[in-house]
Design a protein around this ligand. Structure first.
Ligand code: MV4
Length: 445
């Protein structure tokens, strides 16, 4: 096992990784920007290295600086966390070339899944169903029109290097298709330096359902059921839950088996998430994320498995001892992403935390790097806390969530706690009756 791990991240996820390391007897090295000298991830780590000025591109995205820190501290491995360099194949390669272990998948698997067209093609060949559309990039208006005619309008034009909604637009008719193609190409080139686009059948009201997996790199893959992440706004997830209220046990087992079979054939190593759009009882693969995700705690709560610990163990070359039959999912878990934004206008609200009291009690988990007196810097993602609750049933889980939200005090800045308090009273939420457009359309947010 590793003796020392560098955590190339900040905030709650850096704490989460530190906690797993501590419980495994692994020393931790925190890296931080000059804006994060007083951050909790820096306070808790065994060693710290300042890697640059506040801007992410000069610090948390600076691979060279992070590798220098790894050398200074003499670590065995680097955990990239989420965001930042976590899905950067070139960084993963650099880490390995310098003789450190990258706690994540192989650079080849990161690269494959980063190319949305190649990823779709690969998983289709591995036996997962994908959204009907062009098999590959579309180069000209004539091909586009022929494919759109085949699958039927409306169609969605997507950037090959996209994800997160950038470079994506609906064409309702053949008349608008050329303009939509041109628009997406332009946006894709500007955002990703790559103007390749592809076409899919537009699914009007799907749910976003994703399957959590762990692979050993030798073909063994186990899954931890699914998370429903449909409650989102502008491609930012707001609430996630496991299991999905839309699936029954048979459907869950079936999609889990299909995913583990497919990803196993890839010989995937590490933690991963396979994302689907779920509509009218059918799953359509959209993307695979080759990292641990922000919302992993809901899967941990229903499975009882420490996913970060398993991720580290796999990277250290230890065999994956868990079998699928060891994974029993019990109860229900819901996560609220609390962000430092105004609960109605969503205006950013960084600043000094004057009061802090986190909820507790049975089935309540708070993953946060906040403390009283801490100043939330303006330079990074606005996520400041994840409130995760677990209970035997979904109804009990919602009651517990309401109770925990009512206890939570974060003073001095605006947060979205009041928004969450409102959402957990909505009848549609109580009924589990929502899709990816619910928050924006039905609640007008
Ligand atoms: C779609 C879709 C409808 N039909 N694909 C948005 C980001 C990217 N990861 C995939 N996305 C979508 N792809 C087809 N064929 C609707 C979305 C989408 C979405 C997906 C998941 C979660 C939130 C979303 C919000 C808007 C659109």
């Amino acid at each position: 096992m590793f003796e020392k791990v560098l955590i190339a991240n900040r905030g709650e996820i850096a704490l989460r990784i530190h906690r797993a390391c501590r419980e495994m007897g692994i020393q931790t090295v925190a890296v931080h920007s000059t804006a994060d000298s007083d951050a909790m991830h820096v306070r808790l780590a065994d060693e710290t290295v300042c890697i640059g000025p506040p801007a992410s591109r000069d610090s948390y995205l600076n691979g060279q600086a992070i590798l220098s820190a790894a050398t200074i501290a003499g670590v065995d491995a680097i955990h990239p966390g989420v965001g930042f360099l976590s899905e950067n194949a070139a960084f993963a390669e650099m880490v390995e070339e310098h003789g450190y272990v990258f706690i994540g998948p192989t650079p080849d698997h990161i690269r494959l899944m980063g190319d949305k067209i190649a990823a779709k093609e690969a998983v289709r060949e591995l036996g997962l169903s994908v959204v009907p559309g062009s098999d590959g990039p579309v180069d000209n208006d004539d091909d586009a029109r022929r494919i759109a005619e085949e699958i039927g309008y409306p169609v969605l034009v997507k950037a090959a290097s996209g994800g997160g909604g950038k470079g994506m637009k609906v064409a309702d008719t053949a008349e608008t298709l050329p303009a939509v193609l041109a628009h997406c190409r332009g946006e894709a080139l500007a955002s990703f330096g790559d103007d390749a686009v592809y076409i899919e059948k537009f699914l009007a009201q799907p749910r976003h359902i994703e399957v959590q997996i762990l692979g050993d790199g030798f073909g063994k893959v186990i899954h931890f059921g699914e998370r429903d992440c449909s409650i989102q706004r502008r491609h930012q997830k707001v609430i996630e839950e496991a299991p999905s209220p839309a699936l029954d046990q048979k459907t869950r087992a079936a999609i889990g088996a299909r995913v583990t079979e497919a990803v196993g054939r890839l010989k995937y190593r590490g933690a991963g998430t396979v994302e689907f759009l779920f509509e009218d009882g059918d799953f359509h693969f959209i993307e695979m994320n080759t990292r641990i995700q922000v919302e992993h705690p809901v899967s941990e709560m229903i499975s009882g498995v420490d996913l970060i610990r398993e991720q580290i163990r796999i990277s250290a070359g230890e065999p994956l001892l868990l079998e699928q039959s060891d994974i029993s999912l019990s109860g229900h878990a819901i996560e609220c992403r609390v962000v430092a934004e105004h609960p109605e206008t969503f205006a950013p609200s960084p600043g000094r935390i004057t009061d802090y009291h986190a909820p507790g009690g049975l089935g309540v988990r708070v993953d946060s790097a906040l403390y009283s007196g801490y100043t939330v810097p303006p330079h990074y993602d606005s996520l400041v806390s994840k409130l995760i609750v677990h209970a035997d049933t979904r109804d009990e889980c919602v009651m517990r969530l309401r109770r925990a939200l009512d206890e939570y005090v974060i003073g001095g800045i605006e947060t979205t706690i009041p928004l969450h308090q409102r959402l957990v009273l909505e009848q549609d939420f109580l009924d589990g009756d929502y899709d990816i457009h619910w928050l924006e359309t039905k609640l007008g947010l």
